[in-house]
Design a protein around this ligand. Structure first.
Ligand SMILES: [Zn+2]
Length: 163
């Protein structure tokens, strides 16, 4: 019933043993395999306790990512599930799509970084000039405020200063 995948462990149990294949190997799902990735699930009820593969409709395999090597007590970690995955064609395509998308994004990020590098000299602001203009405007503002008789001294301002 179980289709062996690269995430299955196989052990020799002897021909004719229950669950063994024609060569005497039994395949068991390695839920702690480091390459396991959750795939899209379909939940038939609102309680979401019964996941089925979104693509093939079969029951998925549990993932126990990182649990085996953790310090969580064995009785908790062995029965804890961090996600589900299927090994069917659709689920494999989903994983491949995600990986391709990541690669494309990385590639794109490199292009953007190179584009930025090639423009950084040309997109150089004249900070000296900006400062000059800013000072000119501030001077104008001050002059007009002084002309309008504003008194700059304020007790509340100096009382705010903590000594
Ligand atoms: Zn599936």
């Amino acid at each position: 019933m179980e289709k062996p995948s690269k995430f299955h462990r196989h052990t020799y149990v002897g021909k004719g043993t229950e669950g063994a294949d024609e060569y005497g190997y039994k395949y068991t799902w390695n839920s702690a395999h480091p390459d396991l990735e959750p795939t899209q699930m379909f939940y038939p009820d609102k309680y979401q306790n019964h996941p089925y593969c979104f693509y093939c409709g079969e029951k998925p395999y549990p993932i126990q990512a990182g649990l085996r090597d953790s310090n969580i007590p064995y009785n908790k970690r062995d029965y804890s599930v961090t996600g589900y995955m299927c090994t069917c064609v659709g689920a494999a395509a989903e994983i491949s799509y995600r990986q391709d998308l990541i690669k494309l994004k990385e590639l794109h990020a490199q292009d953007i970084s190179e584009l930025r590098k090639s423009y950084v000299e040309k997109l150089n602001p004249n900070l000296e000039k900006q400062f000059e203009i800013k000072m000119k405007y501030q001077r104008k503002e001050l002059e007009s405020e002084l002309k309008n008789g504003r008194n700059y001294f304020s007790f509340s301002d100096i009382e705010m200063i903590k000594i």
